[in-house]
Design a protein around this ligand. Structure first.
Ligand code: SF4
Length: 321
């Protein structure tokens, strides 16, 4: 349940007037306006509000203790603990595949800001925000059946390579208010998964060379299609289904079903430098043997440091394939 409570925490903090909270996992940005402090906002008041809201939102929680850390060293120590927990969660998440799951799950937490967005959470496709995997969604739906995370019957497989399921489409129509009718879980072009307001990575199609690009939130320079993460975020996010653009969580990148319909990693032709570094480090520190093939593919993919435009990108692949 941790992941779902954790995710809701951001929405609760955002309800406090003069405070904004944005996060994907351990990348958290909280702003408190000077005006709010002038009007009497204190950490004590925030703590009381957060406790009351958590008890109200999650009936299974019996008691809450809120601690707010402002000391840099204490925050760093907390981060270390959090990252260890994320690693454990990730390890467990990659141990199972979609074929083995009897049910999938949906999440509607982001409908506060993206009314037509519904996350479909499967073992091979963790949430777009990267914070809720299949096991956590299952625990949440079981403990809080009226909550934002719900069960989805898979139904008939309509497209195996693309990951289209009749039951998932039915749930999507109902939960998106009819805005979106079909989703192919492993496709970037054909009815791709929608994206809410908070996500880590944009996968985008590069029609000029028929390949996939990946850019992460921490990348500040434009991608090879001249658009920055923020620019792509405007039309990728907020629940619209746009062919060729989809937000993805980091763990989905390690799935063998990642954009399988368009060739998966074998067809990723550009990646932002920061994401490439992060992925290499993650795989090397974890399980380099298991991801040997993926690691060598990632090492080959050019970043903004290697190619500056689409012509240079085409040139690069002419030389490397
Ligand atoms: S991105 Fe998806 S899983 Fe994450 S909070 Fe939003 S709806 Fe839920």
């Amino acid at each position: 349940m941790e992941a779902v409570v954790e995710k809701k925490l951001g929405d609760i903090v955002n309800l406090i007037s003069g405070v904004s909270h944005e996060y994907t996992r351990d990348r958290i940005e909280i702003r408190i306006s000077a005006g709010a402090v002038k009007n009497g906002l204190t950490f004590e008041k925030m703590k009381t509000f957060i406790s009351e809201m958590l008890l109200k939102e999650f009936p299974f929680i019996e008691a809450v203790s809120v601690h707010i850390y402002t000391d840099r060293e204490a925050v760093k120590a907390g981060l270390k603990i959090a990252r260890k927990i994320y690693e454990k969660r990730d390890e467990r998440a990659i141990s199972m595949h979609d074929e083995e799951a009897g049910k999938f799950y949906g999440c509607k937490i982001c409908q506060i800001s993206s009314p037509s967005h519904v996350c479909i959470i499967t073992p091979d496709r963790p949430s777009v925000c990267g914070t809720i995997n299949w096991f956590e969604a299952a625990a949440s739906a079981a403990a809080n059946p009226d909550g934002p995370v719900f069960e989805i019957e898979k139904g008939e497989v309509l497209d195996e390579a693309g990951g289209e399921y009749a039951g998932v489409n039915r749930a999507l129509i109902t939960e998106s208010g009819g805005e979106n009718e079909r989703v192919l879980l492993y496709s970037l072009i054909e009815n791709p998964h929608t994206t809410g307001s908070v996500f880590e990575i944009v996968a985008f199609f590069i029609p000029e060379i028929n390949g996939i690009g990946l850019i992460d939130r921490s990348s500040k320079t434009p991608s090879v299609n001249c658009l920055t993460f923020e620019e792509m975020m405007i039309f990728t996010g907020y629940g619209a289904q746009i062919s060729g653009f989809s937000g993805v969580g980091e763990m989905y990148l390690l799935s063998e079903k990642f954009m399988r319909k368009e060739g998966g990693w074998e067809n990723v032709v550009w990646i932002s430098h920061s994401l490439k570094d992060k992925l290499i480090q993650k795989i090397e520190s974890k399980n380099p043997k298991r991801y040997e093939k993926l690691l060598s593919r990632i090492r080959l993919i050019p970043t903004e440091k290697d190619v500056k435009n689409l012509d240079a990108l085409a040139d690069y692949w002419n030389r490397h394939e």
